[in-house]
Design a protein around this ligand. Structure first.
Ligand SMILES: *Cc1c(COP(=O)(O)O)cnc(C)c1O
Length: 389
């Protein structure tokens, strides 16, 4: 965009020419572009939240609990239930979305003169958060066809840049696959000074047998696991993300956060939601079933879906991703063009939404398929993977 000269001249030189994060927010019937849940918050959760807010709103003359102590205890209880790993409340930290807790991590452990590495394609906010805080970003690479991250290659790339921060993403957005579990300890060893972050925003959608990096926290004091209530918890609008790490690492984040960063209503809504975790997570199985259906049906159309441990599917095999994106939009379906040639990403919605997308895609396939790519050239598009539960 063009800015008035006064603003452009005053802007930090390293920010000039940058474009802001911008998944389009369009008023379209079927919105499958930002991996939100398609399911509304259940009535029982709303009723309890309103009860709680009635008392809390009266107290808004006071600042919120700066240490959000009861929320931390509730998060620790949830993780024990979800992953089997029992952590103390002092190991939990929360922010306005996991984007904010990632920002706290970069503020405390990155910054000017420091280096962070991630493995592209991964979450587009990782380099944005690192670089806007003055951290040098190293674009590590995944396998160009399968998007897998080979453990040895990850170690080698990390060793080559001797980073202060490593940002891993598992299950990975936008590709959908979880990292090999061994990659985490290998990377910790290859980056002997670094804080190693595993972004597990989609952990609740992982296929059976996928292990969480939470299991490694007891042995590794430079390891951080981030999670969010934006996806499986169907609470993207509440803005509540969190992390788990060693208590001393968590304590260091108090140096950079703004005081009272979590509002009283945010803490209240999150605590109520955590009490209702089973009700809020009840749609996870249905979403996983739609995800697996997307993988199967897209493959049957001759497209190339990547197996997924998340609530979305990345697929390739398109002649021109931008053209297909436009054509889907014209058909009333919003998906995500994440800038990988020939690929689009689609969120698993309700069965009806998923059908709307698949029907629209089916209509487009004859004209939009990349016919230049002979089937023999393709990597295994549809590796078999467990059930849907
Ligand atoms: C969606 C997403 C998040 C969530 O960010 P919030 O700020 O918690 O809404 C974090 N990491 C990844 C990889 C994501 O895809």
């Amino acid at each position: 965009m063009s800015r008035i000269p006064e603003v452009e001249a005053a802007l930090r030189p390293d920010l000039r020419g940058r474009t802001a994060y911008g998944a389009p927010q369009l008023d379209v019937a079927v919105q499958l572009n930002t991996n939100e849940s398609s399911y509304p918050v259940p009535g029982e959760v709303i009723a309890d939240a309103l009860d709680r807010l009635r008392t809390d709103l009266e107290g808004l003359n006071r600042y919120p609990d700066r240490e959000f102590s009861s929320l931390r205890a509730a998060l620790a209880d949830y993780l024990a239930m979800q992953s089997g790993v029992r952590l103390s409340p002092a190991q939990l930290w929360a922010g306005n979305g996991s984007n904010e807790v990632l920002q706290h991590l970069v503020q405390a452990f990155g910054g000017p003169g420091r280096t962070a590495i991630g493995f592209t394609p991964a979450y587009s906010m990782h380099p944005i958060i690192a670089e806007t805080l003055g951290t040098r970003w190293v674009d590590g690479q995944r396998h160009a066809e399968s998007f897998d991250l080979d453990v040895d290659s990850a170690a080698e790339q990390v060793r080559a840049c001797d980073p202060d921060l490593v940002l891993l993403c598992s299950p990975n957005n936008p590709t959908g696959t979880a990292l090999p579990f061994a990659a985490i300890e290998t990377v910790l060893a290859a980056a002997p000074r670094a804080i190693v972050v595993v972004d597990e925003a989609y952990a609740e959608f992982a296929r059976p047998g996928t292990r969480s990096a939470l299991e490694l926290l007891g042995d590794h004091h430079r390891l951080v696991v981030t999670r969010t209530m934006s996806k499986a918890f169907t609470l993207a609008g509440a803005r509540l993300g969190y992390l788990a790490a060693h208590p001393d690492l968590v304590d260091a984040l108090r140096l950079v956060r703004l005081p009272y960063h979590l509002s009283t209503p945010t803490q209240a809504v999150a605590e109520v939601a955590l009490r209702h975790a089973p009700a809020l997570l009840a749609t996870v199985d249905a979403i996983k079933a739609e995800r697996d259906r997307l993988v199967e049906e897209l493959a049957a159309m001759g497209l190339r879906p990547v197996p997924s441990d998340a609530n979305f599917v990345l697929f390739g095999g398109l002649a021109d991703a931008a053209e297909t994106w436009e054509a889907l939009l014209a058909a009333g379906v919003l998906v995500r063009d994440i800038g990988i040639p020939g690929h689009l990403r689609v969120t698993a919605g309700t069965p009806e939404e998923t059908s709307r997308f698949l029907e629209a895609m089916g209509d487009l396939v004859p004209e939009h398929l990349d016919h230049a790519q002979r089937p023999a050239d393709r990597p295994a598009a549809h590796r078999h993977h467990g059930g849907t539960s």
